[in-house]
Write a protein that binds this ligand. Sequence first.
Ligand SMILES: [Zn+2]
Length: 149
Amino acid sequence: MKKKSICFLTGVIIFMSLFGCGKPKYVLTFEKTGFETEKKKYEEGEKVTVYYDMIATDTDYSFYTDSEDVVLKQEYDNNHGYVFTFQMPAHDVKMGVSSRNSMIYEPVNPGEITEGDEGEIPDGAWKCPECNYDKNTGGFCSNCGSKKP
Ligand SMILES: [Zn+2]
């Protein structure tokens, strides 16, 4: 029984190599992890679908391939993340992504320091009449910049 099924399997493989793989297939590879595809190899003109779901909201992504003749169609899907489709050209394709953190770091606003700000008051500190900041040691308020009274 086992031998028979191996024979059958060998027959299928021979059949596929004779008739199933008539067209050459091209390999799709990725420069980085995070991409997902159903297949690795595609025939020329075959529709390729690629998913990319490693997404951080504060990051800008730009996707590219190493082939000028590949036109990437980019969509966004809540289940999969980014979805790309393109037609396989008659050569191997490598796809990659470059990401850039788009978060803008705002400088700390000194005006946000409030009266209730906790911390040790330095010796000889004076309280600013303008903003009530009470840890000033210099000639001007270090919170709002007013001159020492
Ligand atoms: Zn002040």
